[in-house]
Design a protein around this ligand. Structure first.
Ligand SMILES: Cc1ncc(COP(=O)(O)O)c(C=O)c1O
Length: 390
């Protein structure tokens, strides 16, 4: 049976593929340190789990409204309004199963054949995949290591055209851990404000930062009506498996997103939404403790990576990823990632899993214990020495 042509233009997320390969090695008795997958290694906070159990027993087990329960949308609207200094209402919020549908639905709703979409490269692989799947033209902008993995603004300006229908920003960023400075966000807003395009601002790591809080483009004059904020519960509440995220968007986009939602999912699970209310309205100390632990690991792991021959790792400012430049090893990224998995027992991702401009880099998730992270550094160091690296 021949697949539809659009299936030729859809990508995958390599992290899941590497996880399968790492598990297959473990099944053969090998010991692997998992630094490939982007999810917190913490339990979902107890009060959130309790709220979900209570919701199941309380009968929150049926279909709910497509857009999400009003109480949850109210809590999200308040959270986004106060953290971004903007005024959004529950009717601007669409609750969906994870952050990903807020990439999928707006791109399907807005992008047609010939439309150009600007996005970061290296970047979350689903951007490029979905732009191409929808028939749009992906316009990657390389991230510049020396600028903290932000865009070169001259390159950005030169890539804007009358066909640019969407600009995707992601800060704090996967895979680099970069945070776009307020100054750069302001410059980007000035370049797009008067254009007929939408900004998809992926802010899923908005609360995982180590120095300056990330700045949302939606808070700048004239931007709220053309910006979709993607955020969710997966990362900050360690709820990746619950599948719950949301988009905050101008009202004109809510109805199309609801239509795509009703055609694909009907609604997000009811009891998880009750847990979402408990997450946003309850104590936040578990989240703060998790970010503090990520910081502790970051500091030591990055210092460790920087002792490795041929590695140079800038200090990530957000998320929980290290993105060392490994060009000094002389080994191509994919080859190095494969060898580290097979021969050193460390699962990491090639920078190229995040786009062509990721060549010369590896991505490590430091959502693992400090002991394992330092053991990974030792194992990689041993492997490099065995190969004759100084
Ligand atoms: C940048 C970015 N956006 C969106 C997502 C999707 O998150 P979710 O698991 O909630 O769908 C991820 C998950 O890894 C991500 O890294």
């Amino acid at each position: 049976m021949k697949l539809a042509g659009r299936m030729q233009r859809i990508g995958i997320e390599t992290a899941f593929e590497v996880l399968v390969r790492a598990r297959a090695l473990e099944a053969q008795g090998r010991s692997i340190i998992h630094l490939e997958i982007g999810e917190p290694d913490f339990e979902t906070p107890a009060h959130i789990r309790e709220a979900a159990k209570k919701a199941i027993d309380g009968g929150w087990t049926h279909y709910g409204p497509t857009q999400g329960y009003p109480e949850l949308r109210e809590a999200i609207a308040q959270h986004i309004s106060s953290t971004r200094s903007i005024d959004v209402k529950p009717q601007n919020v669409c609750v969906v199963p994870g952050g990903k549908p807020i990439i999928y639905f707006p791109i399907l709703a807005l992008i047609e054949e010939g439309d150009e979409v600007i996005y970061p490269n290296p970047g979350f692989p689903i951007y490029e995949s979905m732009i191409a799947h929808a028939g749009g033209t992906p316009v990657p902008i390389p991230l510049v290591e020396d600028r903290g993995f932000a865009f070169d603004l001259d390159v950005f300006r030169s890539k804007l055209s009358d066909r640019t229908k969407m600009v995707i920003l992601n800060s704090p960023q996967n895979p680099t851990g970069g945070v776009i400075s307020e100054e750069d966000i302001r410059a980007i807003a000035d370049l797009v404000r008067d254009r007929d395009l939408t900004v998809l601002s992926d802010e899923i790591y908005s609360r995982i930062y180590y120095d300056t809080p990330p700045f949302s483009i939606a808070s700048l004059p004239g931007m709220l009506e053309k910006t979709i904020i993607l955020d969710g519960f997966s990362k900050i509440y360690a709820m990746t498996g619950w599948r719950m995220g949301y988009g905050v968007m101008p009202e004109w986009l809510v109805d199309p997103v609801n239509k795509l939602m009703v055609n694909s999912n009907s609604c997000t699970a009811s009891f998880t939404q009750r847990a979402g209310i408990a997450a946003l309205n309850g104590p936040q100390d578990d989240c703060e403790a998790m970010v503090a632990e990520f910081r502790r690991r970051r500091d030591q792991f990055i210092a460790g990576l920087n002792t490795l021959p041929g590695f140079r790792c800038p200090m990530p400012q957000g998320a929980f990823y290290a993105f060392p430049n490994i060009s000094g090893t002389g080994i191509p990224s994919r080859q190095l990632a494969d060898a580290l998995l097979q021969e050193a027992g460390v699962a990491a991702l090639s920078g190229t899993a995040f786009g062509a401009y990721g060549e010369g880099y590896l991505r490590f998730s430091y959502a693992n214990s400090l002991d394992n992270l330092m053991l990974a550094v030792d194992k990689i160091g041993g492997w490099l020495r065995d190969r004759g690296q100084p």
